[in-house]
Design a protein. Structure first.
Length: 949
């Protein structure tokens, strides 16, 4: 049995294990290589008792009782010696232990012997019969087993079997399994699971293009994927082992039929129409013969379909080179599509030829205009290879075209290789500049190390204003991503003055983004409007796509989320399949941001997933996609997922040197940590958000999102009891507020101020601030922000004993969060309402209410910890511990640590219930909830206090 890893099979394994324990038998079925034997091995490894197994091969099917001999190898002699004489003789003859008669009576005696032997064996130990390869079990063994398994009820004997069937076929081996056996089809692996399997098998990653070929050809079959992956790593195609496995029947066909199948395997879209157009004698009869052998068929529409995609690849790989060229020659004459015809022409003429190269170049342009940049890259790369050696400039130009198409398709490795070849080999400064521009584009967000590339490009571009402008634009983009806003502004203005129209449009769009980040929305709008004028407005085709996204970002930052959402949804519909990966990714990331702020939390999860899938199909990963996924998870997913994705986004941005997305990723990480509502999470949030503050200061940024993150930092500091520092953060944010700052920013800062006031014991003032924030947010289409603020207000009102008001506010928060799909916030609102119910049940006897940090400090102090130990445990200052402890003393009306411990124990006895989990955070983090900080809680001490009474 096989030993391939169980990639993607754990759920199926768990199901099979559970069913085999509950049923008399389980029959796994599927095509060769799908993983049946691997599953049987795993199931057998965990089996108790006696395991009798056989794994017949194809040749064994012709050997009488070969399967029975294998099964009875481990049956003790004692089980046979207790059989009656006639059955014992019959079984001994079948096992070749002794001669025996061959008549009808002996056949019955053999069946009885097998049944009795199995029953005897099962009387002392569980018995598991394992048959791996029912399809090759010899007929006589199958008949004996069919007799026995029908009579095993109540014996505790179970059967595990595996049967090879064609794709989509049904098993025929149930007769060898007891009644009640469950049939389980083993499904193909997903593309993602194939990636994991191949990576684990090879110990490295394949190039994206090779990996896509493996995924397409293997079609989820683990054996095929592993074999193809190993072959791809060595630069070969379908290995001989797989050809021998897949092609015996095809090789048995007559030569005309084999040629027909080869032509079909070489065609882009094989059909009877295409095959007849090639001039093949009788493709209909050839396909009929192939269908009888289970190789390929023509469906009702005449489309040729191979039984498995790998058969198609194997047929092509198995053919001699001359036969392949003949097939492509026939197809080049037959197909009407210029892209297909050019590809076949290239393969029919595998040598340098300028006419072929020109045809391929034209076809590549057609493919790109048709929205298939991957095909365009492949054709342009072929064009470069077919270009005669005495035309180096033409070859370099075609390589650069291929690189640009590869960028469009997200095939970054191929794009970099093609552009790098030109940069290393070309004597033309103009072509080297173009190669550098492609390499800059190919770098994505990782432009930090591209300074030399830009400087060397400017040297080559000297005297060429248009090329210089393009490089200045890339210097501006690099400055934007690296947080060097002044340099970005300077380079963008240079590019906008000197460049061609396309470069000026791009430079003005970058300038708009830079000035937006600097907190100057008026200047940002002016730059964007200038770009839109040059491009012909928002309907200016691909040139306007970036501008529409920028306009949506400016609208989003100004709280005009409905406007931003409409712009992006229309853009996404317009770009459709014609945009490259970069445009699709940028649009989806921006749309995710808009959906989260607009309260379309479920839709945001879908958009972020679509973004991740678009990159997965291209075989790349990008920090912006991870950021979008983390942001969507904070709004509508789970806290654990948000935290994990945000951490990955931070690491990816750091690796790229992308300060712009690093700030965003850190902000989302801080928000995810805050969602837990616990001191440890708040400490992690402060760490992340403090980095945001420092990076923003270094960048001289002052855009609305940054000011929102200042408010988040202040809230996290309040959770830790660092109220003085929280006040300083809020004041710093207010210093950057201008007349153009949108209303959501003061609302966020008011929320932080209100929570700080409540944390200082000024609940009335805090509630007033929070109500002002709520009133402000009710005028804006920002339901997520409103829910956060309502929950904060409800917690403060509850702490002020205004329970009716608190219940009303929290009820509204829960209803809104549920409606918009904000799962973490809905959980937090439910939790606050549960705390309110606990307070109502306890009445006034339950003792004073504490914030989470106060409760945690009180528990640690009551357990005997010093102030310094408490500070170290909670990642706060000793001064903060002292201030919080003073407030706790006042709330309990005590003056000493011993009296505090006594009062807390009395409070626990009075309430008899817990409202805040103070379990050791080193053991397990508290459940994750949505962000509200400084909320009042009743004291809960879940462990015995080390105090004296």
């Amino acid at each position: 049995m096989g030993t391939r890893p169980l990639t993607g099979r754990h759920k199926l394994l768990d199901l099979a294990r559970a069913e085999s324990a509950a049923r008399p038998g389980v029959l796994l079925h599927g095509p060769a290589g799908i993983g049946k034997s691997t599953l049987l091995t795993a199931l057998t490894a965990s089996a108790s008792g006696t395991v009798l197994s056989c794994s017949p091969a194809e040749d064994d099917a012709r050997l009488p009782f070969a399967g029975l001999v294998d099964l009875f190898t481990r049956v003790p002699r004692r089980c046979l010696e207790h059989l009656a004489p006639e059955p014992r003789t019959a079984l001994g003859a079948a096992l070749l232990h002794n001669p025996g008669p061959e008549d009808g009576r002996s056949r019955l005696a053999l069946r009885v012997a097998v049944l009795d032997a199995l029953r005897a064996l099962a009387s002392t130990d569980p018995v598991l019969l394992v048959i791996d390869g029912v399809q090759w079990l010899d007929g006589l063994t199958a008949e004996v087993l069919a007799f026995a398994v029908r009579r095993l009820e109540g014996t505790g004997i179970r059967v595990l079997a595996a049967e090879r069937v064609a794709d989509g076929g049904q098993p025929e081996g149930l007769r060898c399994c007891p009644p009640g056996t469950l049939e389980l089809a083993v499904p193909p692996l997903t593309d993602a699971e194939v990636v994991h399997l191949v990576r684990a098998d090879l110990g490295t990653d394949l190039p994206p293009a090779a990996l896509r070929t493996v995924q397409e050809s293997a079609a989820g079959n683990p054996l095929y994927a592993q074999e193809l992956g190993r072959a791809a790593l060595n630069g070969s195609d379908v290995p001989p082992r797989l050809r021998d496995l897949l092609l015996p029947r095809a090789r048995a066909l007559p030569e005309p039929a084999r040629l027909t199948l080869l032509v079909a395997s070489a065609a882009d879209r094989p059909s009877l129409t295409v095959l007849r157009a090639t001039g093949l004698p009788d493709p209909v009869a050839d396909l009929a013969a192939a269908e009888r052998l289970g190789v390929a068929t023509a469906d009702a529409e005449g489309t040729v379909r191979f039984r498995h995609p790998l058969i198609r690849a194997a047929l092509y790989a198995d053919a001699p080179q001359n036969d392949r060229r003949q097939a492509h020659t026939l197809l080049a004459r037959a197909v009407a599509d210029p892209v297909e015809r050019a590809r076949h022409l290239a393969h029919a003429h595998p040598y340098e030829d300028e006419a072929t190269a020109r045809t391929l170049t034209s076809a590549a342009e057609t493919a790109r205009q048709g929205g298939t940049p991957g095909t365009a890259f492949e054709l342009a790369a072929l064009a470069a290879r077919r270009t005669p050696g005495d035309r180096p400039a033409d070859r370099a130009g075609r390589l650069l075209a291929a690189a640009e198409y590869a960028c469009d398709a997200g095939r970054l490795e191929e794009a970099g290789a093609a552009a790098g070849t030109v940069l290393a080999e070309s004597d033309s400064a103009r072509l080297r500049v173009r190669a550098r521009l492609i390499l800059l584009r190919n770098a994505g967000q990782a432009l930090e190390g591209a300074g030399d590339l830009i400087e060397e490009g400017l040297e080559d571009a000297a005297g060429d204003p248009e090329s210089e402008a393009r490089l200045h634009h890339w210097a501006a983009v690099r400055g934007l991503l690296c947080g060097e806003l002044e340099a970005a502004d300077r380079h963008a203005r240079q590019a906008a003055l000197a460049g061609d129209t396309d470069t000026r449009i791009g430079a003005l769009a970058t300038l708009a983004r830079v000035r937006s980040l600097a907190g100057d929305p008026v200047a940002a709008d002016a730059a964007l409007e200038a770009a839109l004028t040059l491009s012909g407005g928002t309907d200016g085709g691909p040139d306007s796509w970036r501008l529409v996204r920028m306009r949506a970002i400016l609208a989003l930052d100004s709280d005009r989320v409905t406007e931003a959402h409409g712009q992006l949804t229309r853009l996404l519909a317009a770009i459709g399949e014609f945009a490259g990966v970069e445009d699709v990714l940028a649009t989806l990331v921006t749309l995710t941001r808009v959906q989260v702020r607009a309260g379309y939390c479920r839709e945001a999860l879908h958009t972020a997933d679509r973004c991740s899938r678009a990159l997965a199909e291209a075989g790349v990963q990008a920090a912006p996609a991870l950021y979008a996924a983390a942001l969507a998870a904070t709004a509508g997913g789970s806290v654990h997922e948000a935290r994990e994705l945000a951490g990955r986004a931070v690491r990816a941005s750091e690796a790229d040197g992308d300060q712009l997305f690093l700030v965003r990723a850190l902000a989302v990480l801080g928000q995810a940590e805050l969602l837990g509502g616990d001191p440890l999470g708040a400490a992690a949030a402060v760490e992340a958000l403090q980095r945001v503050r420092e990076l923003g200061t270094a960048m001289c940024a002052a855009d609305p999102p940054l000011l929102h993150w200042y408010a988040d930092l202040a809230e996290a500091l309040v959770v830790l009891g660092e109220n003085d520092e929280a006040g300083a953060v809020v004041r710093e944010a207010y210093a950057r507020v201008s007349a153009a700052t949108p209303g959501s920013v003061p609302a966020a800062l008011e929320r932080a101020e209100g929570l700080r006031e409540a944390g200082l014991g000024r609940a009335k003032e805090g509630a007033a601030r929070l109500r002002a924030a709520v009133d402000r947010l009710r005028q804006l289409p920002l339901p997520v922000e409103l829910v956060r603020t309502l929950i904060a207000l409800g917690a403060v009102e509850r702490r002020s004993r205004r329970r009716s008001t608190a219940r009303k506010v929290l009820g509204e928060a829960l209803e809104t969060a549920t409606r918009i799909g904000a799962a973490p916030l809905a959980a937090r609102a439910r939790d606050e309402l549960a705390r309110l119910d606990a307070v109502d049940r306890a009445g006034e006897a339950g003792g004073p209410e504490l914030t989470p940090t106060e409760a945690r400090i009180a528990a640690l102090v009551g357990g005997g910890a010093t102030n310094r130990e408490v500070a170290a445990e909670l990642f706060i200052s000793v001064k903060t511990v002292e201030g919080a402890l003073s407030r706790v003393y006042r709330k309990f009306g005590v003056r000493s640590r011993t009296a505090l411990a006594h009062a807390m124990a009395v409070a626990v006895l009075a309430t008899g219930a817990a409202t805040v989990d103070l379990a050791d955070d080193d053991q397990a983090r508290p459940p994750a909830h949505a962000v509200t900080v400084g909320q009042a809680v009743r004291v809960r001490i879940p462990r015995v206090l080390g105090t004296r009474r």
